[in-house]
Design a protein around this ligand. Structure first.
Ligand code: PMP
Length: 461
């Protein structure tokens, strides 16, 4: 076999990819027929593919490359750590400096008394930890009946058996016989899709009150926790009405239900604060973190736990852990990422420069004939594509057809923007500069124009 490097022709790389590599969330046969796009390098907010295209990454990878690509400091820290201590575990009463330092740094940045970190390799396995943590917490507290965890339809918490169960994606549940027992889902606060005649404020309240109804139905002595993303990401960047989170917090407090904020996307600056919980004004007992923790340079995630929850769990042996919990190289890289974010004021950049600038340009897309709602918080945004700009309207074409075309047109115009059904979503690197935002918007508008023209031609509107 020839050495497989960037220098092989694209078609050869694609053929080898199709022959041996199974892709996540992909119909393998379709991709094999088409050939995957091969990304070869990246710098700042731009990706380069094997054909030499320079593509603006409007998704920061998978919502994770918060400080942008190509930061030498992270390469140096990784190399140094591999030389010094490439691996050791944190089981059996041992520890190491990268895990100590990163846990202490996360405790410093996290709000309230979230001072304890249980490490994982990503968001899914961290959420699996959370399932076992909250159920064990109530066992130790003498309330073993509290087992039910309530999540939301169209929420996303990862792809493991546990995390898929917590999430509310029906297409995922259909594969593998999920959810596991004692997980329940309430409706998501997606006013544009489901608000009917209700005002966004009343709709937000009504959605939150579904949590109360569920608790009353099951009995509060059976409900362990509620889990949600402060702002739903993979579900389509659904920013809840302002009434939603205060009501959820009130209900969790009233019935003593642990609140798990899944900050895998929202954490580390995405919404304009270090954590989405701060932006939404909530006080979680546990936060799930991953992605932006290392800006995606290394696979690392974790559960950030309150003093109270940690004190209860610390009284027993928690029979749980991953070989790579607190992996020293991943931890060292994450720590360096956080150092850069602090020293370069990345969260302030989102708050005062990139966020407001993007907001102005993003909302201006509302004048496009194909765009209904425009939503943005910090550096995550969505456009609801619409045949007539009316809320709740749907296209003549099957749901997701227009969104898919638009995503293809974005790619053709060297922009990565994702579609969730007929919602277009962005989540660019947080360090993006105003002039790069101009390019993002220019390409997005061109893709929208081309999508509109094609949809009209093909009678899909
Ligand atoms: N939670 C949320 C909110 C996510 O968006 C994701 C990934 N998109 C996950 C959990 C799962 O994280 P991972 O893919 O690192 O397992």
């Amino acid at each position: 076999m020839p050495a497989i490097t960037n220098h092989l022709p694209t078609a050869e790389l694609q053929a080898l990819d199709a022959a041996h590599h199974m892709h996540p969330f992909t119909t393998g046969a379709d991709l094999a027929a088409k050939g995957a796009r091969v990304i070869t390098r990246a710098k700042g907010v731009y990706l380069t593919d094997s054909e030499g295209h320079e593509i603006l990454d409007g998704m920061a990878g998978l919502w994770c490359v918060n400080i942008g690509y190509g930061r030498e400091e992270l390469a140096e820290v990784a190399a140094r750590q591999i030389r010094e201590l490439p691996y050791y575990n944190t089981f059996f009463q041992t520890t190491h400096v990268p895990a100590i330092a990163l846990a202490a740094k996360i405790a410093e940045l996290a709000p309230g008394d979230l001072n304890h970190v249980f490490f994982a390799s990503g968001g899914s396995d961290a959420n699996d930890t959370n399932i076992r943590m909250v159920r064990t917490y109530w066992d130790v507290k003498g309330k073993p009946g509290k087992k039910i965890i309530i999540g939301r339809k169209n929420g996303y918490h990862g792809s493991t058996v546990g995390a898929t169960s917590l999430g509310g994606m029906s297409a995922m549940h259909a594969q593998g016989g999920l959810p596991i027992p004692d997980i329940h889902h309430i409706n998501e606060p997606n006013w544009w899709a489901a608000g009917g005649e209700t005002s966004p404020e009343d709709f937000g309240l009504a959605c939150a009150q579904e949590l109360e109804q569920a608790i009353l139905e099951f009995g509060e002595d059976r409900v362990a926790a509620f889990i949600a993303e402060p702002v739903q990401g993979a579900g389509g960047v659904i920013i809840p009405p302002e009434t939603y989170w205060p009501e959820i917090q009130r209900i969790c407090d009233k019935y003593e239900i642990l609140l798990i904020a899944d900050e895998v996307i929202c954490g580390f600056g995405r919404t304009g604060n270090w954590f989405g919980s701060q932006t939404m004004g909530i006080r979680p007992d546990i936060m799930t973190i991953a992605k932006g923790l290392s800006s995606g340079y290394q696979p690392i995630g974790g559960s950030v736990v309150s003093d109270e929850v940690a004190a209860v769990l610390d009284s027993v042996e928690f029979n749980h852990g991953y070989t790579y919990s607190g992996h020293p190289v991943a931890a060292a890289v994450a720590l360096e990422n956080l150092r850069i974010m602090e020293e370069e004021g990345v969260v302030e950049h989102v708050q005062t420069v990139a966020g407001p600038y993007l907001a102005e340009k993003w909302h201006a897309l509302a004048d496009h004939p194909l765009v209904g709602e425009t939503k943005l918080i910090g550096m995550m945004g969505s456009l609801a594509l619409s045949p007539n700009k009316e809320p709740h309207a749907t296209f003549a074409a099957e749901a997701g057809t227009i969104g898919y075309i638009c995503r293809e047109r974005c790619f053709a115009n060297n922009l990565v923007m994702r579609h969730v059904g007929d919602r277009m979503i962005i989540s660019p690197p947080l360090v993006i500069a105003p002039e790069e935002i101009d390019i993002l918007i220019e390409r997005a508008r061109k893709a929208l124009d081309e999508t509109y023209a094609r949809a009209k031609d093909e009678g899909l509107l």
